[in-house]
Design a protein around this ligand. Structure first.
Ligand code: PLP
Length: 406
């Protein structure tokens, strides 16, 4: 009889978001008049900008005539988009990334998960705690995480790097050896960013030890602070140790459109093999490219009007983040993040547990949050709030939560 991949059987149920949804549903059923505002959503709510819509419409028209119709595109993405990314996201910041180092894909989630295909199963993997769950679960599926320890809420072969108040929610390189390091800046869920100095320490660690950094900057567009790197390739030495993941999801509202990209520099080699060659082989074998229409839409954000339009949407979310952060701080609560990220990491008052606080806020303010404990053991005592909602609803939600502490 066929054997299933037993690593899947070790995965704990996807508890966090389904449990959040369940509690909101049950509350709504038992309190029919309650108008619940969700500061728990991780999805964008602003529509696609006009420049993207226009580009996509004309691409659809191109697909309608025999002369300009396109079938399969290049697995790595169309040259027009790779070139626009190399110029707009890298050359514009003084960073040299060539189109051949850029792989356009259908999502940073898929890429963060699929990248494991090019690494051996015996590698030791380090993740932040709390963490975007995709890094952990995909390594568990591949057999790289060992056994799940229910009582500790962690896998025994993963190295967890606590991201806590004391280290500014930003981990330092470990004393011991790890092979694959997942870093995420701006961070989901804490909203923290990794400083230039700390990122340099990570790059030095990886180059000295032969490790590879998998750098997720899906929220790069939210960076406002001066000294925060927008890409790991601003750091000297990163071209020999890092892979970067970027996404149009939060930058340009593409969560339903699906487009992202991954950068694998030509100099990055391990065991005498170029990782660019391996990733290219992997993508050509298992992936057939992003739709032409979608790539035309993505390319439109690199025009000056497209750029201005998407930044207006980012500013809308940033203002929500400010309203949440400042409102809750005034009410005496302790908030982190929300400056260079759409996420606010709220410390629960008086050491209340994440889930208890979630229930209290849902009941007394009719506001939904996401319990920090669901992102890893070090998330206990926090909840995550997001800035992706409507401006009015966000203000109302903040007033209601503040009302709990008057
Ligand atoms: N990386 C992080 C840290 C995220 O939070 C998310 C989405 O929530 C993604 C990647 C997924 O991006 P995409 O929509 O491109 O798959």
């Amino acid at each position: 009889m066929v054997k299933v991949n037993e690593n899947f059987l070790k995965l704990p149920g996807s508890y966090l978001f389904s449990e959040v949804a369940r509690r909101i549903r049950v509350y709504g059923e038992t309190h029919p008049g309650a108008e619940i505002i969700k500061l728990s959503i991780g999805d964008v709510t602003r529509p696609l900008v006009p420049a993207v819509i226009t580009a996509m419409h004309s691409a659809v028209d191109e697909m309608g005539t025999a002369e300009s119709f396109r079938g399969y595109g290049p697995e790595q993405g169309y040259e027009f988009l790779r070139e626009a990314i190399a110029q707009g996201d890298y050359a514009a910041r003084g960073v040299n990334i060539q189109p051949g180092e850029i792989f356009v894909s259908d999502g940073a989630k898929s890429d963060c998960g699929n990248i494991g295909d090019i690494f051996g199963v015996e590698n030791v993997v380090a993740v932040c705690d709390p963490v975007y769950p995709v890094y952990v679960d995909t390594n568990a599926m591949a057999g790289r995480a060992g056994e799940y320890q229910e009582e500790l809420g962690r896998w025994n072969r993963l190295v967890y790097m606590p991201c806590v108040e004391e280290n500014g929610f930003s981990p330092d390189p470990p004393k011991g050896h790890v092979d694959i390091i997942y870093l995420c800046s701006p961070n989901n869920p804490t909203g923290a960013v990794i400083s230039r100095e700390k990122l340099k320490a990570w790059v030095d660690y990886a180059n000295a030890s032969g490790a590879v950094i998998l750098y997720d900057s899906a929220y790069e567009a939210f960076i406002t602070s001066e000294n925060v790197p927008h890409t790991i390739f601003e750091i000297e030495g990163a071209r020999t140790c890092a892979i970067e993941f970027r996404s149009f999801s939060k930058t340009a509202g593409f969560t339903g459109n699906r487009c992202a990209y991954t950068v694998v520099p030509m100099e990055l080699e391990r065991g005498g093999v170029k990782l660019n060659t391996l990733w290219n082989r992997r993508q050509c074998t298992k992936f057939n490219g992003v739709p032409y229409v979608v790539q035309r839409g993505a390319a439109a954000i690199y025009t000056s009007e497209g750029r201005a339009q998407i930044m207006a949407n980012i500013d809308y979310y940033r203002e929500n983040a400010r309203v949440i952060r400042e409102g809750l701080t005034k009410a005496g609560l302790t908030c982190f993040g929300g400056v260079d990220a759409p996420y606010i990491w709220l410390k629960t008052p008086d050491g209340v547990g994440s889930w208890d606080f979630f229930d209290q806020v849902l009941d007394r303010a009719n506001v939904a949050t996401t319990p920090g404990a669901g992102f890893g053991p070090s998330g206990e005592g926090y909840v995550r709030l997001t800035a992706f909602g409507g401006a009015e609803a966000t203000k109302t939600a903040v007033e209601r939560v503040c009302g709990m502490f008057r």
